[in-house]
Ligand binder design. Structure first.
Ligand code: NAD
Length: 346
């Protein structure tokens, strides 16, 4: 029987995760929540997802019908109709929500805006799928941590040790987020090291990593500038590292100069050109001509589409928690094939 998945919070991440789940043949969307009537409700109705209210308050639930939407009930009703919940609420709401999921007897998956301490367990498919098998609750790491995991874990798996310094050039806000800045400034994150690099150690503690971050006035991608020190005797060359990433799921390696994809804007245009829903890019984009191994030190740049790289990870995390697929590569292949079959790649 298909796994019934509740999506609590149908915003930037929630609407994407719901679509990705709907594409799979082993799971189904039990329903999605909104705080009140809004265009997001329209989107859920068009997709045929049952609509619920984030609150159980009768007044909040009836507000939906006043806005022209059928609301099937409050969060408790949705939890009663599901096997697992994916929490896509704005960050830092997890504590309260986790208690409700526990009370309903549901397994739960949180997002990167919540601290690792909420669940004591985090998730990234290539790093620690096995450690999540059968767990009650986990946290899919943030878009940045997911990006670091995609390219660094295969390197670590080859080398057996890895020391990494990384500077993250962060998008200021998501495209729909008109309230946030900076608009005409570059804003260093004045917490050193930033949390991003060390967050990777919640899923792959063996990788020694630190990071700095700056926020810049763009809305479409993050760029990571990474320096990785490989151990003596690693046996790699620039070319073999590139080949390794080309074989890695959810990593795209392209020559920026030859393909004329030298900026994040062009990479995002490519995602639109190949017909990705919302112009998303689930893969991490690595510039082949921006990668170089000098002695034992590897330099490279990668770009992260912040709104979408974590989306297929949520699907794999569901299979891990439900214990239905122990092999991360098999889950990733299944997730991605279903998404491609449903939404195409152009
Ligand atoms: P968002 O603001 O776009 O969406 C959040 C949704 O939750 C909204 O629809 C909001 O109405 C709803 N909501 C409000 N109160 C709620 C409540 N009490 N219970 C349930 N839902 C409620 O936020 P987002 O960008 O989708 O972020 C969701 C989570 O994903 C956060 O933890 C965030 O850090 C993480 N994340 C975001 C991105 C990104 O680039 N946007 C990337 C990776 C991870």
């Amino acid at each position: 029987m298909a796994i019934r998945v509740a999506i609590n919070g149908y915003g930037t991440i929630g609407k994407r995760v719901a679509n990705a789940i709907a594409a799979q043949d082993d799971m189904t969307v039990a329903g999605v929540t909104k705080t009140g009537p809004s265009f997001g409700c329209e989107l859920a109705v068009r997709r045929g997802f049952p609509l619920y209210c984030t609150s159980d308050e009768p007044g909040h639930i009836t507000a939906f019908s006043a806005g022209g939407y059928d609301c099937a009930g409050g969060l408790s009703d949705l939890l009663g109709a599901a096997d697992v919940v994916v929490d896509c609420s704005p960050g830092k709401m997890g504590g309260e929500n986790l208690a409700r999921y526990h009370a309903a007897g549901l397994k739960a998956i949180f997002q990167g805006g919540e601290p690792h301490s909420l669940t004591g367990l985090s998730y990234s498919s290539s790093a620690n799928h096995e450690a999540n098998l059968g767990a009650d609750a986990t946290r899919v790491v943030s878009c940045n941590t997911t990006g670091l995991s995609r390219t660094l874990v295969p390197l670590y798996d080859h080398c057996g040790s890895l020391k990494v310094e990384c500077t993250l050039v962060r998008r200021a806000a998501d495209p729909g987020d008109s309230r946030k800045g900076p608009i005409n400034a570059i804003k260093p994150v004045l917490k050193v090291p930033s949390h991003h690099g060390p967050d990777l150690m919640t899923v792959k503690p063996e990788i020694e990593i630190n990071s700095l971050a700056v926020a810049v006035p763009t809305t479409i991608m993050h760029v990571h500038s990474i320096i990785a020190d490989l151990p003596k005797g690693h046996g790699l060359t620039t070319e073999s590292v590139i080949e390794m990433w080309k074989e890695t799921p959810r990593v795209i390696v392209m020559h920026g100069g030859d393909s004329r994809l030298t900026t994040t804007a062009e990479v995002m245009e490519m995602a639109r050109d190949i017909g990705r829903k919302w112009g998303d890019l689930h893969e991490i984009f690595v510039w082949e001509d921006g990668a170089k191994l000098v002695g034992d030190r590897l330099y490279y740049f990668q770009a992260i589409h912040q709104e979408s790289d974590v989306v297929p990870e949520n699907v794999d995390a569901i299979r891990a928690l439900m214990g239905t697929e122990p092999d991360w590569r098999a889950s990733v292949a299944r997730t991605d094939a279903a998404i491609t079959a449903c939404y195409g790649t152009g």
